[in-house]
Ligand binder design. Sequence first.
Ligand code: SF4
Length: 380
Amino acid sequence: MTKEKQKKNTTEKRMRPCIPKSDRITKKEALSMLKNADLLDLGLTADNMRNQLHPEKIVTFVVDRNINYTNVCINKCTFCAFWRDKADQDAYTLDRDTLFAKIEETLGLGGTQILIQGGLHPDLDIDYYVDLLRSIKERFKINIHGFSPPEICYIADSADLTLRETLQILRQAGLDSVPGGGAEILSDRVREVLSPRKIKSSRWLKVMETAHLLGMRTTATMMFGSIESPEDIITHLEAIRDLQDRTGGFTAFIPWSFQPGNTELSAEARKRKSRGGVTPPLQAATAVEYLKVLALSRIYLDNVDNIQASWVTQGLKLAQVALRFGANDFGSTMIEENVVASTGVSVRTSKYEIINAIRAAGFIPAQRDTYYNILRRWET
Ligand code: SF4
């Protein structure tokens, strides 16, 4: 990538005018909206805001593949059905040939990005990651969107390096941008239950801030619908908005709902219920809950350009509805997805189904790159 193009990717999108700060909603107002607002009122406000930010009526998507290089993870989060112990029979770490074949297939399908993420494997050190990135970049022209903050911290701590040093080394080896995974809910009270071994909220935010200050773009996510309270959701949104005010480095926000299948959190709750205890809400969020949180995210995060609809967790039909509740992006075609699929929820689709779904919802479908530059659009 030329220096000029790189500059465009790191700065241009930050210059889009956003809602004046004096008009932004407060935490108190947001909490009241989340608890009391009528669904359609909330949707209309979010839709108006999407229109203001994206008047061209384009809904974007990226063609990419999730590559999970290992499922071995020492964190063992209670909401996660993907992790395995090193000794488990179905534990794996992908070999290079398999990985390269996946990238080749992605490029063959018009893909521009791989989202590469995995567990925290005790045997993989920074040299593994550097070599992995270099080996991909030597062979393929593809954007590497990789390693969520828990992985970055794990690599840094194992190598006894600062976050800045670690990100600089990974970037030099080929890392382009950082996905917002591992945020769940940025409230340590909730994290203590969902993922007690995982990095705390402040460290997740520190990784993102450091990446942004180095000129890297990242996304931000939020997993809701497990044991958090409405207040926790607002705390999360406020943390993202505050960091975005300071750095402008988030390209998009992706709220998605907890999928309880095959998770320890869900099994524990069933056990407590059988003993007559009170159970946390372990059904996946309803469509109404999803749309409310999505709409509020659009309204609250007035400084984040793009809000993604999560068709992987909500299905294509609800994702279409989400386009009138603040979302302007369909995320990725996900040629491959393993983490949500391990909970038993497996929605697969093709690029053309996504195009049709966007068009049928009244928008112009467009393929984008990682930085939301439009590559191709389907006008009619
Ligand atoms: S969510 Fe990530 S860190 Fe937690 S157990 Fe699963 S793979 Fe490991």
